[in-house]
Design a binder for this molecule. Structure first.
Ligand code: CLF
Ligand code: SF4
Length: 520
């Protein structure tokens, strides 16, 4: 199926004007169909389209990064067509993928644009809920503009139902805004770690721009100026922008509140504050100097403090540059270059659409179930809040065995309902059919701030160790919807407090598992 390019761009221009005006309202604190009178536009994370303008909802409804709710149902893929980079970040070792999106230590298989296009069509025909193609490395996509835009052009012309997404350090962004708009790249992420060059000089040793190498404060000033200009130009065109920031304790952690304000005022839609992942074996400057990353509660506190200002992304998985699948899973090994080249591709837009309609039905059922359960909480007066960890394979259901979980999704429960607040990667507890005690200890440390862990199934051994650690293992909601189950559990928890059966304890902090990020 081919697009009429002229017609598509004309339509896109009209829509862009409308979206730009909505984004301006967001920036002006007027909100875009705001909820609760906060003036903050919601990313439709829980309530579906209800709290978003229709133009924005169309853009985010099946983008797994721009809508927390969509990430339970829709997948994205990356193609690693962009090897070069034009800056140096102290959290990056250039032997590996760009750490602005990936976790450190991951190496992706590089592709030509033609190989990448074949891969996209192969994945789209195998995984019909794959709705977004992102280019996020392994270097900076805009330091490789010919390969990046050739790939987008090929997909724009052959698979118009796939949303195009780009992630960049922003240095070259102002030069490419027209081309980004021309290919309907409707989602752009800029990694902005500072708006103050003194702080920037501690993060970026150099920047290479127009055949000249800049260092120190001058490099950081150049980078921040270009990033903010690029952001303004994109939002003026109605292109949805997300800002990624790496939280580096003692360097930019307090400053990120200022970054949040600066990007919100320029119309950014979403802010994704990610933890620094730093270990000596990554070979990065920060890894070698012992710069630590934040704890789980430090990260959550910063995200909570910025949430009053704008939408916060809390479900980022710091994906590799050739990631494929739902955000919590990695199916890249099924789509290596050898396998793709041997694959028969049957790209059928109608069957993809039919499949996605089924996904929407399930999604609506989930939202309805949550809302019904939420009504039963009405009138509850309590300021108790707890966190729970959930083992899930996707679909918004409690459907993973404890021993098979590679990550747990974290929900905060209160009388306001169940809110997704993050995830914790863990090492597999069950290896070759046997539980591993060291892994169990690391899992407990990763969810130590949680009152309960919801699983589809759990063995006797880990169950008693979790109970000894004060974490309630819950398997009564196997294969049920997560939020509905969580609200039901919370009501019962409040009852048990009232009856004196449990004493509510505010739990401590938890580890962000640095080691769990090293493997792909
Ligand atoms: Fe990829 Fe990034 Fe697009 Fe998503 S990822 S280019 S916006 S399609 Fe998403 Fe992955 Fe986090 Fe990126 S979870 S690392 S935020
Ligand atoms: Fe590494 Fe990405 Fe920074 Fe370039 S922009 S140095 S690839 S983290």
């Amino acid at each position: 199926m081919m697009y009429d390019e002229g017609q598509a761009i004309e339509i896109a221009d009209d829509a862009a004007a409308s979206v730009a005006s909505i984004l301006q309202q967001v920036a002006d604190h007027k909100g875009c169909g705001t909820s609760g009178g906060s003036g903050k536009a919601s990313c439709g994370s829980a309530a579906g389209s209800g709290d978003l303008a229709p133009e924005i909802w169309e853009k985010v409804k099946n983008h797994p990064c721009y809508s927390e709710e969509a990430h339970h149902h829709y997948a994205r893929m990356h193609v690693a067509v962009a090897p070069a980079c034009n800056i140096q970040c102290n959290y990056c070792n250039r032997k590996y993928d760009c750490a602005n999106e990936s976790r450190p230590g991951v190496v992706s298989e590089k592709l030509t644009p033609e190989q990448a296009a074949k891969k996209v069509l192969a994945v789209a025909s195998t995984i019909p809920q794959m709705t977004v193609l992102g280019i996020a490395g392994p270097g900076d996509p805009l330091a490789n503009p010919a390969k990046t835009f050739k790939t987008f052009e090929l997909i724009y012309n052959t698979a118009p139902d796939i949303k195009l997404c780009l992630s960049t350090n922003g240095l070259m962004l102002p030069d490419h805004v027209d081309t980004i708009a021309k290919y309907n790249v409707d989602h752009v992420t800029i990694t902005i770690n500072m708006v103050d060059a003194d702080i920037g000089a501690k993060i970026y040793p150099w920047v290479f721009y127009q055949n000249k190498r800049y260092t120190g404060r001058e490099a950081a000033q150049l980078l921040t100026d270009r990033q903010l200009l690029g952001l303004e130009m994109l939002t003026a065109r109605g292109i949805l922008c997300k800002v990624n920031s790496v939280m580096i304790p003692g360097v930019n952690d307090k400053h990120l509140v200022e970054v949040n304000r600066a990007v919100k005022s320029r119309g950014a839609f979403l802010h994704n504050i990610m933890p620094l992942i730093s270990a000596p074996e990554h070979g990065t400057v920060f890894g070698l100097t012992g710069q630590r990353g934040p704890t789980a509660q430090e990260l959550k506190a910063l995200q909570d403090s910025c949430e009053g200002e704008m939408n916060m992304m809390r479900h980022c998985r710091q994906c590799r540059a050739d990631a494929v699948g739902l955000l919590g899973e990695d199916r890249s090994a099924e789509f290596t270059t050898d396998k793709i080249m041997a694959m028969e591709v049957d790209y059928d837009i109608d069957s993809r659409k039919a499949y996605q309609e089924k996904v929407e039905e399930e999604r609506q059922a989930k939202v309805a179930a949550k809302e019904t359960e939420l009504e039963t909480l009405a009138g509850e007066l309590s300021d108790v809040k707890i966190l729970i960890a959930v083992a899930t394979k996707g679909g918004g259901r409690v459907n993973e065995h404890f021993g098979h979980a590679k990550e747990f999704q974290i929900y905060e429960l209160s009388t306001a309902g169940a809110k997704f607040v993050g995830h914790r990667r863990v090492d597999l507890y069950c290896q070759g059919g046997f539980g591993d005690e060291d892994s169990l200890e690391s899992v407990i440390r990763a969810i130590n701030d949680c009152t309960a862990v919801f699983v589809a199934k759990i063995g006797g051994c880990p169950k008693s160790d979790l109970q000894a650690a004060g974490i309630d293992p819950v398997d009564q909601f196997a294969h049920e919807f997560i939020e509905q189950s969580a609200i039901s559990y919370f009501k019962e928890y409040l009852n048990r407090i009232r009856n004196g059966e449990v004493e509510h304890i505010v739990r401590g902090d938890a580890d962000i598992r640095q080691g769990a990020f090293i493997a792909g």
